[in-house]
Design a protein around this ligand. Structure first.
Ligand code: CAA
Length: 258
C-alpha cells in the first residue's frame, strides 16, 4: 500500500521515514500514526534494513497530535478508540535502532514521538514542548513519563505545567537530545549516525537497545543482572568472535548477524 502521510526510502540499509503532512506541520492524525506504525513494522521485518531514521520537515518534526481531528471527540470516543495507545505500545516493539532527527517544532505528540525513538539528534532550530495544558488536556503519548525520565521532575513539571518550549541548546543540556547540529547539517549528521549503526552486528545492536531500555523498567540490581546475562549470551555469536578477532588483527570487523 502506498503511504499518503509519510515517505519511506531505503538506502544503504537505512530506512529513512519522513513525516509528510506539510500543511499541518506534520500533525499526527490517526492515518499518519497508522501508516507510520506499518512502515516501522515493515522496516523492522525487512532484512535490508539495519537502522531506522525518522524525521519531519525543516519547520516541524511534528506539531503534535492533530487537534482538528481530536477537537470534537468525546470521552467515549477517545476511550473506545484508545487514542494513541496502539501506536505507543507498537513503537516499543520495534527492535532495530530508531533515530529521531528533529528540526523545528517537536510539540506534544511530536515531542513524545521523538522521545519514543532510541535517541534524538536535533538541529539548532529544534523546539521541544508539551503544550497540551493549553488545550485543556495533558500529554497522551508518554510526555509526562518519558520527559520526566529524560530531564528530571523539575524541568518536566515546568514543561508540562507552563507549556513552554525548550530550545535545542536547553534540550541538550537537559539530556533530552544526544547532539545538536546546525540545521543544514542535521540530516548528514543523523545519516552518519545511522551508517555507523548499520556497520555493527544487528544482533549486538538489538541487544544493546534492549539492555538500555531495560534500565527504565527495572531496579539497578535487576538491570545489571539482565545486562550480565545478555553480555554472556553474546559470546555464543559468531559476531563476537569476528569482532574480537578483527581488533587483534587490526582490521575492520565483517559482521554477519550470526
Ligand atoms: N493539529 C492540527 N493542525 C495543526 C497542528 C496540530 N497539532 N499544529 C499546527 N497545525 C496546523 C495549523 O492549524 C495551520 O493550519 P491552517 O493554516 O489550516 O490553519 C498549519 O498547521 C500551520 O500552523 P500555524 O499557522 O499555527 O503555524 P505557526 O508557525 O504560526 O505556529 C505552532 C506553529 C507554534 C507549532 C502552532 O501551530 C501550534 O501551536 N500548534 C499546536 C501545538 C500543540 O498544541 N501541540 C499539542 C497537540 S495535543 C497532543 O499532542 C496530545 C498528545 O499528547 C498526544
Amino acid at each position: 500500500m502506498a503511504f499518503e502521510t509519510i515517505i519511506v526510502e531505503i538506502e544503504d540499509h537505512v530506512a529513512l521515514v519522513k513525516l509528510n503532512r506539510p500543511d499541518a506541520l506534520n500533525a499526527l492524525n490517526q492515518q499518519l500514526l497508522g501508516e507510520l506504525m506499518q512502515a516501522l513494522e515493515e522496516a523492522d521485518a525487512n532484512d535490508k534494513v539495519r537502522c531506522i531514521l525518522l524525521t519531519g520537515s525543516e519547520k516541524a518534526f511534528a506539531a503534535g497530535a492533530d487537534i482538528k481531528e481530536m477537537s470534537s471527540m468525546s470521552f467515549v470516543d477517545v476511550n473506545a478508540s484508545n487514542l494513541f495507545a496502539a501506536f505507543g505500545d507498537g513503537i516499543q516493539r520495534i527492535r532495530k535502532p530508531v533515530i529521531a532527527a528533529v528540526s523545528g517544532y517537536a510539540l506534544g505528540g511530536g515531542c513524545e514521538l521523538a522521545m519514543a525513538c532510541d535517541f534524538i539528534i536535533a538541529s539548532d532550530t529544534a523546539k521541544f514542548g508539551q503544550p497540551e495544558i493549553n488545550l485543556g488536556v495533558i500529554a497522551g503519548m508518554g510526555g509526562s513519563q518519558r520527559l520526566t525520565r529524560a530531564v528530571g521532575k523539575s524541568k518536566s513539571m515546568d514543561m508540562n505545567l507552563t507549556g513552554r518550549f525548550m530550545d535545542a541548546e536547553e534540550a541538550e543540556r537537559a539530556g533530552l537530545v544526544s547532539r545538536v547540529v546546525p540545521a543544514k547539517k542535521m540530516m548528514e549528521e543523523a545519516m552518519g549516525a545511522a551508517l555507523k549503526i548499520v556497520e555493527k552486528s544487528l544482533i549486538t545492536a538489538r541487544t544493546a537497545k534492549e539492555a538500555v531500555n531495560r534500565s527504565f523498567e527495572s531496579t539497578l540490581t535487576e538491570g545489571l543482572l539482565f545486562e550480565r546475562r545478555v553480555f554472556h549470551a553474546l559470546f555464543a555469536t559468531e559476531d563476537q568472535k569476528e569482532g574480537m578477532a578483527a581488533f587483534m588483527e587490526k582490521r575492520q570487523a565483517q559482521f554477519r548477524d550470526k
